[in-house]
Design a protein around this ligand. Structure first.
Ligand code: ZN
Ligand code: ZN
Length: 147
């Protein structure tokens, strides 16, 4: 949906839009939320069987440097999503199932203000990720109704 704007932005910045780069961008844009590198690779490979994972890595890092995608660390794996300035958010990552959940910036506004006020420290919270245990995992296996 935002793809047109992204393409325009890349063109303006003089980034060469090779077919492979477009495929990778599409894979991330069409993915549900946060995609691992291997998932992006698998997606892109469907349209272009000669795609190799090194290209996927390189392109994702290029997009990240250009601010087109955001990188989310889930466990020890990196995931990517299209960066949408209208939908800025942080992430909650479940240590058990590896699920990533979006966290609205409002939750951290007070934290940011406190750091600035008390320490004159301006935090960069764009890549802020908090790990924990999600509601699903907290509920535990539901096969023991007796309690
Ligand atoms: Zn979980
Ligand atoms: Zn996200």
């Amino acid at each position: 949906m935002k793809r047109q704007g992204i393409l325009e932005e890349l063109r303006v910045r003089g980034v060469r839009l090779t077919p492979q780069r477009l495929l990778i961008l599409n894979a991330v844009a069409e993915g549900e939320g946060h995609l691992g590198v291997d998932e992006v690779f698998r997606q892109a490979k469907q349209s272009y069987p000669y795609m190799d994972i090194a290209t996927v890595y390189r392109t994702l890092h290029l997009f990240k440097r250009l601010g087109v995608v955001t990188e989310v660390a889930i466990g020890d794996r990196l995931h990517f999503e299209i960066r949408d300035p209208d939908r800025r958010h942080h992430h909650m990552v479940c240590a058990k199932c590896g699920g990533a959940y979006d966290l609205a910036p409002d939750y951290l506004d007070g934290f940011r203000e406190a750091l600035m006020k008390e320490f004159s420290f301006e935090p960069d919270l764009d890549n802020f990720t908090v790990t924990g245990v999600c509601a699903n995992c907290n509920a535990g296996p539901s096969d023991s109704p007796q309690g």
